[in-house]
Design a protein around this ligand. Structure first.
Ligand code: NAD
Length: 293
């Protein structure tokens, strides 16, 4: 087993982002601004927000945190989003999910100005992503793409893992991870299989996959019940808090003697997700200031 070190790759990309931000500041006197919104006091969400704010500080993005009460109505959240939409110091808005009342989610996301939608979940950005064909289009166009799938694509690219013609099995079909990842994988000419909770015979699919992405949210989900061929690349997206600490969706005891490459948890996809948030904030800043690169 070989480890794909997401933390190291993220560090490299972050240093590039930091340099670009400094250069833009020298030229324009401006720095990108990211607003974070936390509704309520979910412990895991608080930890995620803190690491995002810390990452912003590291690269020179100004962060503006907004913590509002668990009881906030949908109207109150949308009012806050509207204020942030019209604040010129703010280039990106991140609404931390899940919201205490999940039925508010899509209406609140829809209220974010698409040019500030650094999570890439607004229907305008999601729709544009679906229409783009090649990876070059995706990089060139001003579309904001969901951070975790985008981070996974960069992780694979930095690790020189070619996707063209390869069979990629994505386990999980969420709007946040599996679905946009399938579109991104297609843009790099992979043959994509998306599996989910209703998929039959998953063990037959893991056997043929060159790349397996596990985004299920169940500790030890990918275990000895699933055959994996030699040289498979495994991306473990899961973040599970157990009594033994943080773990992913892959059973490391099963994998460790296999001839595969894998991202660890922590230190794999997580740091890449945060780095893509910084990258999307910088992209939003560049788009809004019409800076030519
Ligand atoms: P989700 O709950 O929205 O989706 C889970 C998916 O798993 C669903 O599509 C479901 O169909 C599938 N699934 C459930 N049981 C299954 C089964 N038995 N067989 C096959 N598929 C099954 O979760 P999500 O938001 O996509 O997140 C998934 C995991 O990734 C969670 O642990 C989450 O914390 C983690 N996550 C990590 C990052 C990161 O930056 N590392 C980012 C986002 C999510």
């Amino acid at each position: 087993m070989k480890i794909i070190n997401g933390r190291q790759i993220a560090k490299h990309i972050k240093s590039d982002i930091k340099t670009k931000i400094k250069n833009f500041k020298d030229i324009t006197g401006k720095t990108p601004g990211l607003a974070t919104i936390l509704v309520g006091s979910n412990v895991a969400s608080k930890i995620y927000i803190q690491s995002k704010i810390k990452a912003c500080q590291e690269v020179g993005i100004q962060s503006f945190h907004n913590n509002i009460s668990t009881q906030s109505s949908q109207d109150a959240i949308i009012r806050l989003i509207n204020d942030l939409n019209s604040n010129t110091l703010i280039n990106g808005i991140l609404l931390q999910l899940p919201l205490p009342d999940k039925t508010f989610t899509q209406n609140c996301i829809n209220a974010i100005n698409p040019v500030k939608d650094v999570d890439g979940l607004h229907p305008v950005n999601y729709g544009k992503l679906s229409l783009l064909k090649s990876w070059n289009d995706i990089i060139k166009e001003n579309v904001l793409i969901p951070c975790t799938p985008l981070g996974i694509m960069h992780l694979l690219q930095y690790s020189n893992i070619q996707l063209s013609g390869k069979t990629v099995l994505i386990i999980g079909r969420s709007n946040l991870v599996g679905k946009p990842l399938a579109i991104l994988m297609l843009s790099q000419n992979a043959t994509v299989i998306t599996a989910h909770s209703k998929t039959y015979n998953l063990d037959k699919l893991t056997k043929i996959a060159d790349v397996i992405i596990v985004a299920v949210g169940i500790p030890n989900f990918l275990n000895k019940n699933y055959n994996i061929k030699d040289n498979t690349v495994i991306i473990d997206v899961g973040i599970n808090r157990t009594v033994d600490g943080l773990c992913g969706d892959v059973d490391f005891n099963y994998i460790q003697n296999k001839n595969v490459r894998i991202t660890p948890v922590p230190g794999g996809v997580g740091p890449m997700t945060i780095t893509m948030l910084l990258s999307n904030t910088l992209k939003a800043f560049i788009n809004q200031n019409k800076i030519n690169l």
